[in-house]
Design a protein around this ligand. Sequence first.
Ligand SMILES: *Cc1c(COP(=O)(O)O)cnc(C)c1O
Length: 423
Amino acid sequence: MEEYKLDTLCVQAGYRPETGESRIPQICQSTTFFYGDTQKMADLFDLKAEGFFYSRLANPTVDALEKRVAALEGGVGGIGCASGMSAILLTAMTLCSAGDNIVCASEVYGGTYNLFGTTLPKLGIECRFFDADCEKEELEKLIDEKTRFVFAETVANPAIVVLDFDKVASVCKKKGVLFVVDNTLATPVLCRPLSLGANIVVHSTSKYMDGHAAALGGMIVDGGNFAYKGNPRYPAFNEPDESYHGLVYADLAVPFGTKCRAQMIRDTGAIMNPQNAFLTYLGSDTLSVRMEKHCSNAAKVAAYLAKHPKVEWVKHSSLPTDKYYERAKKYLPDGTGGMMSFGIRGDAKTCARFMEHLKLISQETHVADVRSCILHPASTTHRQLSEQGLIDAGISANLVRLSVGIENPDDIIADLDQAFAQI
Ligand SMILES: *Cc1c(COP(=O)(O)O)cnc(C)c1O
């Protein structure tokens, strides 16, 4: 499958029926699976054989989506999770124990910022945030022998920072530390982090991957491209796991993915459910055509906003004046997606008035689906953050986050235009 192009993989990867079987994956709505043979079942428990025995660990519908996203990202295995947040949590739990630390870009999704900055510290896992545009040396200084991974987003939500892959990847390589990338807003159609030095990719599939605002979900993809063997930073991958008869994860083809499923999915049950896997699988069929339209619409909307007198600034890397224009051309040559942010001349109240006048574009706590939507992060998704946290995350009081959908771009622009006329 890997030799096919991305748009082919979007519709073909993941599931291939045998003669007489359903053309698309069925919703396998069963908690458990029948075995007439005790030894076969024992082999599954020992991870000596592949198969399904309980849907808290693996399920055929979820498996189809896992295989598809792993193929799209060019990884060796996927794990479907209950949500994007659970994918990020399980990644951290697989790699860290109390006393360890994570080095994370400040410009990340608000939920991730809370998880790493507030919740994990309660379990003794520390997070060190860095400015995504900092010098290499600054990032290097944050990494010590207790650092288990470096985390950043390809296109940061909602700061729209495009990640400097070469910088982070070279530091991680030098230090022998895992590089984990949240590729939610770029999707593998626009960027494949594993080919740019990342080792693990996570997704909120609730966004573009599903694309229809129908199913909550997350995905972890193991790149299979990291040398755990003998690396003193990762003793848990090199020491035998006695709960699996002395299995050594570093010896496996899917080391991270197997450890994550065998321990964390087993212990938390935070796996994706079959219904959501089915919906996400259907949605992902059209991922490549949708992304093309999101990108072309967003470029038109960004150009319109950039010229509007009531707009102070616009962040979208399709604009030649954007700070990340050159970097985006290098890492995301086909576009950075439909997400943008802009500052309205005025304060938070002006933003609220503007948004209340919109008729087509709806206000919602969601981004990256087929319908255009808009949000004021400082008063919603990021309201838990302190003033300094907001500044670190690149969010000002007049910042509006716009997720451009796949409607006709003239209709989107007309809606913005009439709302601007009323403030
Ligand atoms: C939405 C989002 C998440 C969290 O995903 P959920 O599916 O809502 O749990 C994580 N990272 C990014 C970049 C997101 O946009």
